[in-house]
Design a protein around this ligand. Structure first.
Ligand SMILES: Cc1cc2nc3c(=O)[nH]c(=O)nc-3n(C[C@H](O)[C@H](O)[C@H](O)COP(=O)(O)O)c2cc1C
Length: 208
């Protein structure tokens, strides 16, 4: 039974996927395809913001600088449009490759510009979604990543520094490890990638 069946509502759960990767044949893109298929299997409605194909400009220009004295500031039309498309979304799923223990500049720029003061935080605002699921593809092995506490560092950044600051307490990060399998003996990379895609799909099925 999904949440809409539980409440007796006919409105499907709305999941919005935001993702960043330069290539449409990347593992990141394949993870996104798997997530969309899983959402549809679970009768969710799915929308998507593919930041690269949308030609999103990640650089924050003057029009999108927050005005700390004016939470009612109107930002650039594109930013206003993207912020206005968020209400009505139940779950945000954000998919990206880990680059330098962080997110690609494209995704960082989306957050810098769209999750802006007075739009999704500050002045009594919160990000109008009930949960955020971050799916981070990690090139290296889990053991190496965890040994250096990089998972805690990234969880703190994403769950506390960003999601909670924007008013969303229900936020978690799923790491898909070993995507390039350089550090471990992996004789079948294709099989490993299928396992990672399944791991990501289980994040969406748990939301249903
Ligand atoms: C600029 C750049 C920085 C990277 N930094 C890291 C890193 O800090 N830690 C890590 O484990 N992998 C790192 N990687 C490897 C990526 O995480 C890996 O290429 C990605 O997970 C593979 O997914 P894809 O095929 O969809 O690109 C980096 C890759 C690039 C291009």
């Amino acid at each position: 039974m999904n949440a809409s069946q539980e409440t007796g509502s006919d409105t499907p759960i709305k999941t919005h996927i935001i993702w960043a990767h330069p290539r449409t044949d990347s593992l990141t893109a394949r993870v996104v395809s798997g997530l969309k298929a899983e959402a549809q299997n679970n009768h969710m409605s799915v929308s998507e913001l593919d930041l690269y194909r949308a030609d999103f400009d990640p650089a924050l220009h003057e029009a999108d600088e927050p005005d700390w004295k004016d939470p009612a500031k109107t930002f650039s039309p594109h930013v206003m449009h993207l912020a206005e498309s968020l209400p009505g979304v139940d779950h945000l799923v954000i998919v990206f490759p880990v680059w330098w223990y962080s997110m690609p500049a494209m995704l960082k720029g989306y957050i810098d510009r769209v999750w802006n003061y007075g739009l999704v935080y500050g002045g009594g605002k919160k990000l109008p979604v009930s949960s955020i699921r971050w799916i981070a593809l990690v090139g290296g092995a889990r053991g190496h990543f965890e040994k250096h506490q990089k998972h805690h560092y990234m969880e703190d950044l994403l769950n506390e520094g960003i999601a909670k600051y924007c008013g969303v307490e229900n936020s978690s990060v799923t790491f898909l490890y070993n995507t390039i399998a350089l550090e471990e003996d992996t004789d079948d990379l294709a099989k490993l990638h299928e396992t990672l895609i399944d791991q990501a799909r289980s994040v969406v099925s748990a939301l249903a």
